[in-house]
Design a protein around this ligand. Sequence first.
Ligand code: HEM
Length: 174
Amino acid sequence: MSAGDEGAGSGLRAGVALAAFVGIAAAIYFLSDDAYLWFKALHVIAVIAWMAGLLYLPRLFIYHHGKTSGSESSETFKVMEMRLYRFIMNPAMMIAWIFGLFIAWQGGWFAAGWMHVKLLAVLLMTGAHVYYGRAMRAFGRDERPLSTRRWRMLNEVPALLMIVIVIMVVLKPF
Ligand code: HEM
């Protein structure tokens, strides 16, 4: 299969996935009396997949760091990092944002103090996501951004943000 065929294949798969996503969301919105709860459930499912990637990708960078450029294991890490980022983390982040914003609007939550703190934490998390994407591309070019110690420290950031976010959304302290 040529690179062109492969590109067309993944474009088609992305189109089918997008159509399925829009179809399911529209069916829930128009047919269900519990659309808010359904969208919240889908939001939490997407958040779990996004978090799994945010916690695992820096681990892959740490293992990748010590591998010689061009070695078989280094090339395998490149594929694992790219697939995790493109096919799990990117769609999961977009779905978490889309449903999160939708239920925030439907529930009238934008005026709430806890929502402001949550949004700030989610923006920082999105910043970490973008930064990891840059690092993924740098590893793909056989660069080795940051030290393994730095990656271990950075790995804690999404975990700490997640703790803040979950406390805000569940306890709604203000
Ligand atoms: C991407 C932007 C996000 C927006 C706009 C957003 C917004 C919201 C809103 C409005 C709710 C419904 C609150 C309620 O009905 O009580 C909610 C629920 C929830 N969100 Fe998010 N959220 C986002 C990202 C996240 C992230 C990154 C996490 C976790 C790391 C998260 C975890 C949760 C959980 C666990 C719930 C369910 C809480 C419950 O039902 O008690 N959200 N979110």
